[in-house]
Design a protein around this ligand. Structure first.
Ligand code: BJ8
Length: 429
């Protein structure tokens, strides 16, 4: 890896603490990702992106900034990437997936707050994330209570703008959300000094839709039996989708899909066809949170689909680019994002229907529900998902955890028992 220390120093990174962080990642990556068997050759690109997580991509963002462009950070799939691209800025997802600077964080945030929020804040207070330091604007949203109150505190550390996300999907909610999308567009125009035009919006929609289509193509090939890519590799790709350059990323995903489609034709898989197929559902798994998929796949399961924001919730719907004026395109963008079925919405029946459909399409043998401890929307909605699974006679396993490694043995035991039960069901079929 090149020497990026000067760049990190200029961004205000705490170099000593950062060295410690970077020392932990390669062995973890080796164990969880690189040691898997039969990995597709085209995963090499994503391995490179990960190995350069604080290097090459940051260098690209810094050189954009040197050319007068802006970088915008987001924490949620409801914040429209298209708007950022339409004003020539870069967009990066900033959710944290590792326990970081916990002592510092817990001086300010409560201990019993979800790990994802604490992690994001840890990267900021610990001065450990060059992405967050490269951002000219951080865009938050009123999703769960923890996040919206956290943004008030984050505003003491950076330039924060918060979108008001309604929690229902009635017509008046749609009007509010369309207004919010317009307001963000104005804020981004102000930040960059660029006006959004029909052309720039259409181009941005095209770029992000292409990324979504590439990821949808990847999901399609995961229906194959035996599975042609591991759940961990698919998750890694979904995680990288939040910070890589979107055009290059889509091209790489499409090239990987060619390889996987060929594998599917040849019946070549990464696991045996008898491996229990798992639909994973729940809270997002931000990089480098691979804890549960690693436990599942090490125990012999094959994760075939993620009903997560680091999964299909991020790319399921495309933006309609047919309107011929800026206002129409902004409405079209707003409407697409309001389709997302996060558990912060009520009622949220669409999510239940989507989960049922995914379970059928991917021939899931079991549903594993992942909830981050203290996440009210997802822990409470688990009840309805469990009920839906019962109606489908789909075995259900609920895992509530955080980012620590302390409960790995206990989760492994529960996962093993669950997979054993799936195995005996299959044998009795
Ligand atoms: S659209 S899932 S990215 S809000 S896990 S911080 S909900 S307490 S991350 Fe999310 Fe947007 Fe929804 Fe997706 Fe709160 Fe729960 Fe923590 Fe969460």
């Amino acid at each position: 890896m090149e020497d990026y220390r000067e760049m990190w120093r200029n961004l205000g990174i705490d170099l000593d603490a950062h060295d410690q962080l970077l020392a932990v990642l390669p062995p973890l990556y080796q164990e969880v990702i690189l040691d898997q068997k039969e990995r597709p050759a085209r995963m090499a690109y994503f391995d490179m992106v990960f190995s350069e997580i604080h290097g090459k991509r940051i260098q690209e963002l810094v050189s954009l900034k040197e050319k007068g462009k802006k970088v915008v950070g987001t924490f949620c799939t409801y914040v429209p990437e298209e708007l950022t691209l339409a004003v020539g800025a870069a967009c990066v997802g900033l959710c944290g997936g590792a326990e970081i600077a916990t002592e510092e964080v817990e001086k300010i945030l409560p201990r019993n707050l979800c790990a994802l929020i604490k992690s994001s804040f840890g990267f900021k207070v610990g001065k450990l994330c060059p992405y967050v330091e490269a951002c000219d604007l951080l865009v938050g949203e009123t999703t769960c209570d923890g996040k919206k109150k956290y943004y008030e505190i984050l505003a003491e550390y950076g330039n924060v703008y918060v979108m008001e996300l309604p929690q229902r999907k009635e017509e008046r909610d749609r009007s509010l959300w369309r207004e919010e999308v317009r307001e963000l567009a104005r804020r981004l125009e102000e930040l960059t000094g660029e006006r959004m035009t029909v052309e720039s919006l259409k181009e941005a929609i095209r770029v992000v839709n292409n990324k979504r289509e590439a990821l949808l193509r990847l999901m399609e090939v995961r229906k194959a039996r035996p599975p042609v890519i591991s759940g961990k590799d698919a998750l890694l790709i979904n995680q990288i989708a939040f910070y890589d350059e979107p055009r290059r990323f889509a091209k790489q995903v499409n090239e990987l899909c060619e390889e996987l489609e060929k594998r599917a034709q040849e019946g070549k898989g990464v696991a045996d066809d008898s491996a229990p197929r798992i639909l994973l559902s729940g809270c997002p798994m931000a990089i480098p949170n691979w804890k549960l998929p690693h436990i599942l796949e090490s125990a012999g399961a094959a994760v075939v689909m993620e009903e997560l924001c680091t999964g299909i919730r991020y790319f399921r719907y495309l933006v309609d680019d047919s309107p011929g004026d800026v206002e129409g395109l902004l409405d079209s963008i707003a409407d697409r994002y309001l389709e997302i079925d996060c558990a912060v919405f009520t009622p949220n029946q669409r999510r239940i229907e989507n989960i049922k459909q995914l379970a059928k399409e991917y021939q899931a043998d079991g549903l594993v529900y992942y909830a981050i401890q203290f996440c009210d929307p997802y822990t409470v909605e688990a009840y309805r998902v469990k009920k839906a699974a019962e109606e489908m006679e789909l075995p259900f396993l609920y895992i509530e955890t955080d980012y620590s490694q302390e409960d790995v043995a206990q989760i492994s035991t529960r996962v093993e028992a669950f997979l054993e039960m799936l195995g005996s069901r299959a044998a009795n079929r």
